[in-house]
Design a protein around this ligand. Sequence first.
Ligand SMILES: *Cc1c(COP(=O)(O)O)cnc(C)c1O
Length: 231
Amino acid sequence: MTNPQTPGPDSLAERLAAVRAGIADAAAHAGRDPDDITTIVVTKFHPATLVRQLFDLGVREVGENRHQEAQAKAAELGDLDLGWNFIGQLQSKKARQVRGYAHSVHSLDRESVVDALSSTDGSIDGFVQLNLTDDPSRGGVKDAGLESLAERVLNTPGLTLRGVMAVAPIDEDPRRAFARVRIASERVRRIAPDARFISAGMSGDYREAILEGATHLRIGSAITGNRPTHG
Ligand SMILES: *Cc1c(COP(=O)(O)O)cnc(C)c1O
């Protein structure tokens, strides 16, 4: 991918088609129905024009990890029937505003964020993010805190607990990491049987995620191309 000599798909449509084919292939290997897998295209750092192109290619779910950027793009693309997924670390102060455009928050990682998302005006989906590393700056709740955070979401008006979310650590085999997520998902389902979804798998590891039961993939660069540099 980083070798400029390597010919790869060079248009958005081709990259999207290649990833869709990769997902179908991995689903077949896993003996799963590809229709049970939702692909969220991560559009962070890319302009709204690219999101509109993705919509024209049939994409209906997008993911963003910074509140201000997401809010601006969602407003600019308000004419499109797009589902906005918030996937990044969230400050409690900003959490409430995310309800204004996102139908799903994948990064519920502590009680203060869950509490800040509480509302009596409609419900949005929530995933409890599990930290698979020992590094607290990585985002996500520690393994030991998983059930209590899930309970917190269950008891919060305005949030519907859908399942667990995780990012594979860089220094662990992704298949092994996602096997741990599958076990975490089973633990959550013991207290919330309907919260059966697993948000896992990115550009480099979505195949492994599918093999371990991921239902929501968050795929950026493999579809969008490299992200514009920023900041
Ligand atoms: C950026 C991001 C992704 C997508 O990463 P790619 O490697 O570009 O596919 C997925 N999940 C989260 C939480 C992200 O921040």
